[in-house]
Design a protein. Structure first.
Length: 133
């Protein structure tokens, strides 16, 4: 199984999905980490020039609507082969969009990538959805 995390340094989980510049994709076989791959990730920086209002739905919720869905899809494209994404925080729109794409988003307090991935595999990880914004 492949698990993605967001990261700046390849070792720790970043605190915000949209701002992170990389994914660390970890392959786990028989409960052990067998491979790591650093992948580039699109983030808020690449979307700065877009009209911010385009990323809201008709009810004014940020992170929803067609433009936001498209942006989240672009951000998730490079981890479409992953079962889950572990991060320290993200917006509710991104969280829901990843679920629709069959990538389970998990908001975790764990910072060490290996520790978090193995906790996910064991089923010990806690999804802190109260941290969604």
């Amino acid at each position: 199984m492949k698990i993605a995390t967001i990261t700046e340094d390849g070792k720790t989980i970043s605190q915000h999905f949209g701002r992170a510049l990389n994914y660390m994709v970890v392959t786990v076989e028989d409960g052990k980490i067998t491979h790591r791959e650093l992948r580039s990730k699109l983030g808020h920086g690449q979307f700065e020039s877009e009209n911010h209002d385009q990323h809201s739905d008709g009810a004014g919720r940020h992170g929803y609507g067609p433009a936001a869905d498209h942006r989240h899809g672009q951000m998730a494209a490079s981890i479409s082969d992953c079962e889950a994404l572990l991060c320290g925080g993200m917006g509710r729109g991104a969280y829901e969009n990843l679920n629709i794409r069959h990538i389970r988003p998990v908001i975790t307090d764990l910072i060490d990538i290996d520790e978090a991935v193995l906790a996910y595999v064991r089923g010990d990880i806690v999804d802190h959805i109260e941290k969604l914004h």
